[in-house]
Ligand binder design. Structure first.
Ligand code: ADP
Ligand code: MG
Length: 263
């Protein structure tokens, strides 16, 4: 049975659940608690932004939720299935079938064409690439006339749209993005954010995106705020102004807490 085509990626239900997820790096005096008992539940077909000061655990949260890193404690469920981290082969299969990831630096292979990049995950999974489907998704992201181009022949915004198409082609339960617009100019960033929001509204995709930009966060349905490895707030129906205001408060709060615990 081909899981990726038989499992609905959209619709009702819970796309992501974290139960008491913790992540500790290092030991003894190098010990860093990057995530501290994080629990959350995200319904399918929602667009969530994750914000917080530098070092608050945003990337660690995304990597643990996406199976790119293993939590020290707690459990991650994607679309109702427990991600169990004991077996690397099983984890890789789980990731390929359920999760898409978009990186700040696009991570396209420079010697492969746009179409080859978009179908690479299928080929890595040992399946026959569905080029017609990939071409249709690339057309949807506005690159229908660039299928044979190399990444170096595209702008940054276009390269990120290829990376998003690559994630969407596999029809994952969730697409994660770690600062997906961080390397883009304002206009390309807007195109990429519109595309992500549209994949949620029109296709029921679930998207979780880390950003430090209040304007980017305002494209999401809700914003989760992290500080010192914990979720410290949520903002539903965010605007750039309300997000910026909350971030300013968060900065003050973290500074006060660090001052209080400094020796
Ligand atoms: P953010 O993405 O919010 O900037 P990170 O998730 O990258 O934060 O990091 C959270 C904390 O964990 C930071 O204190 C960081 O220094 C630490 N950290 C992240 N990755 C590692 C690692 N591989 N080894 C040790 N410490 C790490
Ligand atoms: Mg980060």
């Amino acid at each position: 049975m081909d899981h990726t085509t038989s499992t609905p990626t959209t619709g009702t239900g819970e796309a992501l659940r974290l139960e008491g997820v913790g992540k500790v790096y290092g030991t003894d005096e190098n010990r860093v608690v990057a995530l501290d008992d994080v629990s959350l539940s995200l319904p399918s077909g929602t667009f969530t932004a994750v914000m917080g000061p530098s070092g608050s655990g945003k990337s660690t949260l995304l990597h643990c939720a996406a199976g790119l890193d293993q939590p020290t404690t707690g459990r991650v469920h994607v679309a109702g299935a427990l991600m169990s981290g004991t077996d690397e082969t099983a984890l890789t299969k789980f990731r390929r079938e359920r999760i898409g990831f978009v990186f700040q630096q696009f991570n396209l292979l420079p010697m492969l064409t746009v179409l080859q990049n978009a179908t690479l995950p299928q080929r890595l999974a040992g399946r026959k690439p569905d080029e017609a489907h990939a071409a249709a998704v690339l057309a949807r992201v506005g690159l229908g006339d660039r299928l044979g181009h190399l990444p170096s022949e595209l702008s940054g915004g276009q390269q990120q749209r290829v990376a998003i198409a690559r994630a969407l082609v596999a029809e994952p339960n969730i697409v994660f993005g770690d600062e997906p617009t961080g390397a883009l100019d304002t206009r390309s960033a807007r195109d990429v954010l519109t595309l992500l929001a549209e994949s949620v509204r029109a296709y029921g995709q679930t998207v979780v995106m880390v950003t430090h930009d209040p304007v980017a966060a305002s494209y999401a349905d809700s914003v989760l705020f992290l500080a010192d490895g914990r979720i410290v707030g949520e903002l539903v129906a965010p605007t750039a102004e309300s997000v910026a205001e909350r971030m300013a408060h968060l900065g003050d709060m973290v500074a006060r807490r660090r001052a209080a615990t400094a020796v």
